[in-house]
Design a protein around this ligand. Structure first.
Ligand SMILES: Cc1cc2nc3c(=O)[nH]c(=O)nc-3n(C[C@H](O)[C@H](O)[C@H](O)COP(=O)(O)OP(=O)(O)OC[C@H]3O[C@@H](n4cnc5c(N)ncnc54)[C@H](O)[C@@H]3O)c2cc1C
Length: 390
């Protein structure tokens, strides 16, 4: 959606295909980090974003085996010293409505890409199923795969990302939240258990960390076992854990951490999760996907307007975005190995050494807060996409 908006503002004709009728799905995160908030200001959408129901978080609070670790965002450079928590469907609808105001833009909902159209080795468009179920073709100078971690376009290209593995999966569910309950974003980790509470106003979105592949085994212990753990970790939830009456309301999210070696082929480019699925650690996947989109628009709007996009130009987009992706994924892998793996395995009652070191160092905490909220090589809106506040 972000790439569609920016390219349309450059005067490029863009079609975004979305297989669902709406964006109302709950499998993605909620965080909009400082770098993306800055981007929204630059493209003139800051006030409309601020009008969405949202929560601002200026401290990320974690507790690991009793050892507190607070990442203070109040010293971030720029206009936003916080992360916003906004359901992703509201964010996407906002971007979609701004894009719809551009003459060259169209969003086709309930339209599923099913494959690629080729001319020799060059990709020249996609096949898709329209809302009536009919299969059609659309030709394009450039096809951008932003269809997520299970990318159809990537499969049609015949490439698979290199997986780095992950020690955990996530259960994803909701519990009611009362006005005087703790707000913001807080994580508690104890031997064998990890719970992250995301304040969504009148309810908590909860991520419960389980060992990779242990879903069936832990479900067999019954929903009461989950109630017990939740109350142990967050005692104020005792009066409402019963609202989670069965595992039907608990979704399994398969955590993946992977990256394509080559993000492009002649006529096609993969960005976002299609190029690099991120772990939920740090909640940075949305911001990396947005930054990929901004870099793509900045580097390819000119070639698209000129009517020719070379593989060398696509390779430059990968080169630009590979660096921050690899840095963040390397950090996520280190956290998986040194923190999460120990937590899900249980046993050691002490906080991992890495957490003790970071919690003692203000400089390290500020550095990590910067990496999470802004990130390496953050992207600014290109001049052609900038507008004053709308
Ligand atoms: C458990 C979990 C928690 C997370 N929490 C956070 C968080 O708090 N903050 C954060 O920043 N990131 C988080 N992430 C990661 C984040 O959700 C992703 O990195 C981000 O959504 C990637 O954006 P994307 O646009 O590349 O792909 P997606 O958001 O997956 O979007 C892909 C879109 O393509 C559509 N689509 C798919 N196939 C087709 C097709 N064939 N035809 C047409 N449309 C298609 C899909 O419907 C979807 O709308 C989390 C991930 C997980 C697994």
């Amino acid at each position: 959606m972000v790439l569609g908006l920016l390219l349309a503002r450059a005067g490029v004709r863009v079609t975004v295909m979305e297989k669902h009728a709406d964006f109302l799905r709950d499998f993605r995160g909620d965080t909009v980090h400082a770098s993306t908030l800055r981007l929204l200001d630059e493209v003139g959408l800051g006030p409309r974003f601020a009008a969405l129901p949202h929560r601002l978080v200026d401290t990320l609070h974690m507790e690991m085996q009793g050892q507190p670790l607070d990442l203070d965002l109040s010293r971030l450079p720029g206009a936003h010293q916080h992360i916003a928590l906004v359901p992703q469907w509201d964010f996407l609808e906002l971007v979609a409505s701004a894009a719809a105001a551009e003459p060259g833009f169209q969003l086709l909902r309930s339209t599923e890409v099913t494959g690629l159209v080729r001319d020799g080795n060059r990709v020249v468009g996609v096949t898709y199923r329209d809302p009536s179920g009919e299969t059609k073709q659309m030709r394009a100078l450039l096809t951008v795969a932003c269809d997520g971690r299970g990318s159809t376009v990537r499969s049609a290209l015949g490439v698979a990302p290199r997986s780095f593995g992950a020690p955990m999966d996530v259960w994803w569910f909701r519990l009611p939240r009362h006005p005087d309950d703790p707000g913001g974003l807080a994580g508690t980790f104890r031997s064998g258990h990890g719970v992250i509470l995301i304040d969504r106003g009148d309810y908590y979105q909860i991520a419960y960390i389980i060992p990779k592949g242990a879903d069936a085994e832990i479900r067999s212990q019954g929903i009461e076992a989950l109630h017990g753990v939740l109350v142990e970790m967050a005692p104020w939830l005792a009066d409402r854990v019963g609202t989670l009456s069965s595992f039907d309301d608990v979704k399994l999210l398969d955590v993946q951490l992977n990256r394509l070696r080559r993000w492009y082929s002649d006529g096609v480019l993969c960005i976002g999760d299609a190029a690099h699925a991120m772990s939920p650690v740090g909640g940075v996947g949305i911001n990396l996907a947005v930054a990929d989109a901004v870099a793509t628009a900045r580097m390819l709007a000119g070639p698209l307007l000129a009517g020719r996009v070379s593989t060398r130009q696509l390779a430059r987009v990968q080169a630009r975005r590979w660096i921050p992706t690899a840095i963040i994924q390397t950090m996520q892998r280190a956290i998986h190995a040194q923190v999460v793996a120990g937590v899900v395995a249980g046993g050691d009652p002490n906080a991992p050494r890495a957490i003790r070191v970071v919690s003692r160092s203000l400089t390290l905490r500020r550095f990590i807060a910067y990496l999470v909220a802004i990130g390496p090589l953050s992207e600014h809106a290109p001049a052609f996409a900038r507008r004053s506040a709308q």
